[in-house]
Design a protein around this ligand. Structure first.
Ligand SMILES: Cc1cc2nc3c(=O)[nH]c(=O)nc-3n(C[C@H](O)[C@H](O)[C@H](O)COP(=O)(O)OP(=O)(O)OC[C@H]3O[C@@H](n4cnc5c(N)ncnc54)[C@H](O)[C@@H]3O)c2cc1C
Length: 414
């Protein structure tokens, strides 16, 4: 029986970030994962600037070491959007960027590599007691916190505070914290790796294809080192159910039959099979803490409802959970009321962004509107500047929902 201050279940980006931040706060923890690393995680592998920002806040050396392993990552400088009417729009993260001088804005790195890098960071920290290859199956509430154990009880940890970061299928989230799957706020996605896809952007732009055949879902092509690409298709789960849509067949069909894609994939070679997984979206407000526990990352349903980006929100929530743990340990108060400060902080950082993404997700479900916007953007360069600003500036994003703003823009007054 191990006793510790904080027990973290799951060493993906959310759990690893929690443990790393706790280490830098001088708080010991036990971190346990059912997998042995390196392990794969079904993902698009896009690592946003938000991930880099949070990891740098924990310790700048983490990102320095990650960037030094440059054969494992592609630098991303922007996004290529493809509208249902096939219009292509390329929007850089920063207008006038210079890949040779500017700090990197985002990456694509296989999760096998990225998550292993995080676990290597964990292993550098003597205050993190890390265990791989142990699946936590039992959660028992004790008077002073939680006792967690594997199936046969040969591994047990007791802690006043439990951080649950074991991903989208977390049994604790469902059965103990009451976060049920809601298909309107959940998506399904599949992906496969390819090599020799042609027509990739020279500066590693990631591609989002909002094709009419899969509306309101999207197809992505994300560039990886060595001429490889992560190619996938995602859609909200209620639409998948309603249409009885098969994501793998849908994606294969598009790559074979869609005129533009067929051309780009004609000499491409699929590496490995299609694999799928669920994405619990953050478009519905959830309670992500309780008596002596906090839910981090996918276990707390924190994936962006428009882009499907979840790594950034997982590390951000892990960072906040560690700071909340420090407060609770100082006051020895783990009551639901005190733990709620975690919900409040996560909401302050992520809620506004999630709400806007949800509104945009609903807008994207109207192909005529997306086509209209795409036509307008391709004629008016000012809009490229505006969208580039929207990546990072929440106020600009907010303005975009005000019809008056668009009238002013049309009249040249913005
Ligand atoms: C197809 C697809 C594409 C995606 N594309 C992107 C993208 O391009 N960019 C992006 O930012 N996000 C993307 N996401 C979302 C992203 O993958 C997740 O949001 C992210 O992995 C969440 O991190 P996490 O640490 O919360 O959970 P995970 O990464 O799922 O890690 C959970 C960890 O818990 C462990 N675990 C599970 N059960 C147990 C147990 N019982 N005991 C012990 N350990 C356990 C697992 O082994 C795992 O290591 C995508 C998701 C999918 C499905």
């Amino acid at each position: 029986m191990k006793k510790t201050a904080v027990c973290i279940v799951g060493a993906g980006p959310g759990g690893a970030a929690t443990a790393l931040k706790l280490h830098h706060l001088g708080i010991p923890c036990v971190l346990v994962d059912k997998a042995v690393f390196p392990r794969d995680k079904v993902c698009g592998d896009a690592i946003s600037g938000k991930v880099a920002l949070v990891l740098r806040r924990i310790d700048p050396a983490i990102m320095e070491r990650f960037e030094a392993a440059d054969t494992e990552q592609t630098s991303v400088w922007g996004i290529r959007f493809v509208a249902p009417n096939k219009k292509e729009i390329e929007v850089p993260f920063r207008i006038g960027y210079d890949p040779n001088i500017d700090p990197k804005q985002g990456y694509v790195s296989k999760r096998t590599d990225f998550d292993l890098r995080l676990v290597e960071e964990v292993k550098r920290c003597d205050s993190i007691d890390f265990h791989e290859g142990i699946s936590i199956e039992k959660y028992e509430k004790t008077p002073d916190g939680y006792r967690v154990s594997n199936a046969d009880g040969s591994f047990q940890v007791e802690a006043p505070l439990l951080v649950v970061a074991n991903g989208a299928n977390s049994a604790f989230s469902r059965h103990h914290a009451g976060l049920e799957k809601d298909e309107k706020h959940h998506a399904g996605a599949v992906r496969a790796y390819y090599r020799n896809v042609t027509g990739m952007h020279p500066d590693g732009f990631i591609e989002l294809h909002f094709l009419k055949e899969i509306n309101p879902g999207y197809l992505w092509i994300f560039p990886l080192p060595g001429g490889h690409a992560n190619v996938g298709l995602g859609m909200r789960s209620d639409f998948i159910s309603k249409r009885r849509y098969n994501l793998t067949k849908g994606l294969q069909g598009l790559l074979e039959s869609h005129a533009d894609l067929r051309e780009r994939f004609k000499n491409a070679e699929q590496m490995g099979k299609f694999t799928g997984y669920g994405l619990p979206l953050g478009s519905k407000k959830r309670h992500i803490s309780g008596d002596h526990f906090m839910l981090v990352g996918d276990a707390g349903h924190l994936i962006d409802p428009l882009s499907g980006e979840g790594i950034g929100n997982a590390v951000y929530s892990g960072f906040i959970a560690a700071e909340q743990a420090q407060k609770c340990l100082e006051t020895n108060d783990f009551s639901p009321k005190t733990m709620e400060a975690y919900d409040v902080r996560v909401a302050r950082v992520l809620r506004k962004e999630m709400e806007m993404s949800y509104r945009l997700q609903q807008m994207m479900a109207r192909p005529w509107l997306v086509n209209l916007m795409a036509n307008w953007v391709s004629r008016d360069r000012r809009l490229i500047y505006l969208i580039a600003q929207m990546y990072s500036d929440m106020d600009v994003r907010k303005k975009a929902f005000n019809p008056l703003f668009w009238v002013k823009l049309l009249m040249g007054k913005v």
